[in-house]
Design a binder for this molecule. Sequence first.
Ligand SMILES: [Zn+2]
Length: 145
Amino acid sequence: MPIVEFSNLNKYGNIRTRRFWKEKSNLSINPSGFGPFISYRLFKYDYEGHVAPGIVKLGGKTYIVPSWQEVLPETRLEDINWIKPKIKKKAETVVVETPSSKGDKMYKTRFYPDTGNYTCSCPGVWMSNNNCKHIKKLRNEQEGK
Ligand SMILES: [Zn+2]
């Protein structure tokens, strides 16, 4: 826990925040010239990415890679809060097959959860303004869930 974030009021009454690296974990720092103490807390750098973060020193500066976020020179991997992005899974399309009344065809009725749209391959869908009996049935099932 070596990085602490220290907030205090400056002489204008504005909150200033500084980050310090501390070798020890005791919370007894009291930097001079800082005005009234407000708070400090342990600090971690947020890093978001699919690959594990690393630390690179380059040209006298220290960065988290691969995001190339500049950090305090003493930053260690433990000071990085690795946020793994959630992979957005596309919702599966619901497909229901219904034989036609003559039994010679299969009508496919689909529901797209991402958009909330329904489609049907039966001829009645045009007459019913996209609200044929198959779509009505499927919609009842979906909304009943
Ligand atoms: Zn239909």
